[in-house]
Design a protein around this ligand. Structure first.
Ligand code: PEP
Ligand code: MN
Length: 365
């Protein structure tokens, strides 16, 4: 896998006769006409490649956009493509994040996870324990969140813990349990990958790969998951600005994986009454800047179960595309994040209110 990346970089390097650091210096987008056929798109892609650029195709409901990545000094050649019959316009993307920006794609991206669509009118709730601890714990929690209306099961098998002496997760054993419970309940699942070395392993089992807050700027990890097929849930870091977070998403998209779901989970501020400060203003800001879906994790944001439900409802009201909620059948015995985990009856009550708020803002669950 690594060899391929290096190979690709060299290809661009030799082809353009330019330095590697210019490889992705520019992104122009070539907006196809609404009536352009697959053949027209392929023709444009071939021309762009012949100029020495690499391409990414972003297909929308009405039109296709081809992004050309390469050296800024050749941009006049790209601009000339505007004279082709099936090309509507050619324009440079000026924002630092490009493939994930609204400029490239005006419509919202909808990410399909085994039929569960994230980013559409229907909200998607992901729920489950912080850590996978045992089969019994996972199956009981999984069945209860499914009955309350969750669409995706969550659970950590590789845990990023502040202390090396805390529980580090069940690793592959945990992935196997997640797969088993996912199959038994029919819910796809999301789980974290912490290390580039484990990407293939986690990818083999999971339906969505989670990049945790602490790894949001682990660029080697972002590049690895960007080469994979499955959707990526990218958490915001404890101290990353929205622009930095979108740049991290850009790393994944620039490797070819367009299926990124953003997840705000609280940032670190001077406030210590809550574990983090949940930045709900990230929702409208991200919606303006990017076409990617954004979900909210009020569990890590608040840090205490009492505050989780109000923040979850506020997130839905503010336009979130979904929620990630930690639920544990026995929070007092949890190996991690017990204080912020809801018991199944509390989660059920929350889901009832989520439905009401969703309806009030024109969404469903
Ligand atoms: C988690 O989802 O369990 C987790 C560790 O989240 P974060 O990376 O947001 O702290
Ligand atoms: Mn947790």
């Amino acid at each position: 896998m690594l060899g391929y990346t290096i190979g690709r970089q060299c290809y661009d390097l030799y082809h353009n006769g330019d330095a590697v650091r210019f490889r992705r210096g520019l992104i122009m987008i070539i907006v196809m006409q609404e009536n352009a056929t697959q053949q027209d798109v392929e023709d444009v892609v071939k021309r762009i490649k012949d100029f020495g650029y690499s391409t990414r195709i972003l297909s929308g409901e009405f039109r296709t956009v081809v992004a050309a990545l390469g050296d800024a000094r050749d941009k006049a050649r790209l601009q000339a493509l505007e004279s082709l019959k099936h090309v509507e316009s050619v324009m440079p993307i000026l924002k630092p994040y490009k493939l994930c920006s609204r400029e490239v794609r005006a419509e919202n991206s909808i990410i399909d996870v085994k039929g569960v669509k994230i980013g559409g009118d229907k909200l998607v709730v992901m729920a489950g324990p912080c850590s996978v601890e045992s089969k019994e714990q996972l199956i009981e929690t999984g069945k209860s969140v499914l009955a309350s209306g969750a669409a995706i099961l969550r659970g950590g098998a590789f845990k990023p813990r502040t202390s090396p002496y805390s529980f580090q997760g069940m690793e592959e054993e945990g992935l196997k349990l997640l797969k088993e419970v996912s199959e038994a309940t029919g819910m796809p699942f999301v789980t974290e990958v912490m290390n580039p070395r484990d990407v293939e392993l986690v990818h083999k089992y999971t339906d969505i790969m989670q990049i945790g807050a602490r790894n949001v700027q682990n660029f080697s990890l972002l590049k690895e998951v960007g080469k994979m097929e499955k959707p990526i849930l990218l958490k915001r870091g404890l101290a990353t600005t929205i622009d930095e977070w979108l740049m991290s998403a850009e790393y994944i998209l620039s490797e070819g994986n367009n299926k990124v779901i953003l997840c705000e989970r609280g940032i670190r501020t001077f406030e210590n009454a809550t574990r983090n400060t949940l930045d709900l203003s990230a929702i409208p800001v991200v919606k303006e800047k990017s076409h990617l879906p954004i979900i909210i994790d009020p569990s890590h944001g608040a840090g205490y179960w009492q505050y989780v439900a109000p923040m979850a409802l506020a997130a839905v009201a503010a336009g979130a595309d979904g929620l990630m909620i930690e639920v544990h059948w026995k929070p007092e015995e949890a190996f991690s994040d017990g204080p912020q985990s809801l018991k199944p009856p509390k989660f059920e009550a929350l889901m009832k209110n989520v439905r009401k708020v969703a309806e009030a803002v024109g969404r469903s669950v």
